[in-house]
Design a protein around this ligand. Structure first.
Ligand SMILES: N[C@@H](CCC(=O)N[C@@H](CS)C(=O)NCC(=O)O)C(=O)O
Length: 276
């Protein structure tokens, strides 16, 4: 593992690391913000999953999260959004292939040999983070859009793994919307039963842990009605008795300006759960 960027930031450091991923079969980069507290004690980790078209750079350069992580003493870990590089399959369009993993383990060729982002985020990456950074055993997860879907699904599939979960403008029902249907048909095949394992609204009915969900959604989001449909999450949570705080934020769109406006509240939310 090799550090390829390091910048002083709010008393800590914003770093980018590169490593060979055995799970994904390619070279991967991830961002890590190490807060000033890490010089004196072990810190909990917040994993951030970005959306379609992003790399590890979008969140670390646009969200303004470091100020809040420095205040609360959280390590931020920001992976890329898919495997990438030599030999990794890709497809036409920004919403499939590289930059569009949907954080699942693909079962269909040729995707199944590299697109195993669930296992990378849940197993391989935490192992690296625990070895190289001063972490304690608490971790939480958040994300945006496709990454909001990833955060919800990874938390729902791995009870006990995360102390808290939140999402900005998440895809909540990928089986029901065009972005998700295109990706799931390609990565998982035509059997819609298999899709349910990667769909937050479908997983909520039988969740083994009722971890509260915090979701912020802008009401001026250009993807709201076709791709996001947060009312489906509201209905699934109501039916299952799953705790949900869904906040519709007036005037906000899908961009990082929205994330920057509320990331402080999300980090405070995770810090409370991680210090409890
Ligand atoms: N209009 C966008 C659609 C994809 C998009 O909006 N991506 C969101 C996540 S779903 C994003 O975070 N884009 C990168 C950024 O805003 O920095 C494009 O074609 O690039």
């Amino acid at each position: 593992m090799q550090r390829i960027e390091s910048h002083a930031c709010f008393g800590g450091t914003q770093e980018v690391w590169q490593h060979e991923s055995g799970t994904l079969g390619c070279t991967m980069k991830f961002g890590v913000y190490v807060p000033p507290h890490a010089r004196e004690r072990d810190c909990p980790v917040l994993y951030w999953l970005s959306g379609l078209t992003c790399t590890e750079q979008n969140f670390i350069t646009k969200a303004g999260a470091q100020r809040h992580a420095a205040e609360h003493g959280l390590i931020l870990v920001v992976p890329d959004t898919s495997p990438r590089g030599v030999g990794v399959p890709d497809a036409e369009g920004y919403d499939l292939g590289i930059g569009a993993s949907f954080y699942l383990n693909a079962t269909q060729a040729p995707w199944d040999s590299h697109f195993r982002m669930h296992d990378y985020i849940v197993h391989e990456l935490p192992g690296l983070i625990e070895t190289h950074f001063p972490t304690n055993d608490g971790c939480a997860i958040s994300g945006h859009s496709m990454g909001g879907h990833g955060a919800l699904v990874l938390a729902l599939r791995n009870p006990g793994h995360y102390r808290s979960v939140s999402a900005f403008s998440p895809i909540v029902a990928p089986s029901q919307v065009p972005w998700g249907q295109k990706a799931f048909a390609t990565y998982l095949g035509d059997d819609r039963e298999a899709w349910r394992e990667w769909d937050a609204c479908a997983l909520i009915a039988n969740a083994r842990e009722r971890l509260p969900l915090l979701v912020d959604q802008g009401d001026a989001d250009e993807f709201l009605t076709v791709q996001l449909q947060p009312e489906r999450l509201q209905a699934a949570c109501a039916a299952a008795g799953h705790p949900l705080t869904l906040r519709l934020q007036p005037g906000y769109d899908h961009s990082y300006y929205f994330i920057a406006s509320f990331i402080g509240e999300h980090i405070a939310h995770h810090a409370r759960a991680l210090s409890a």
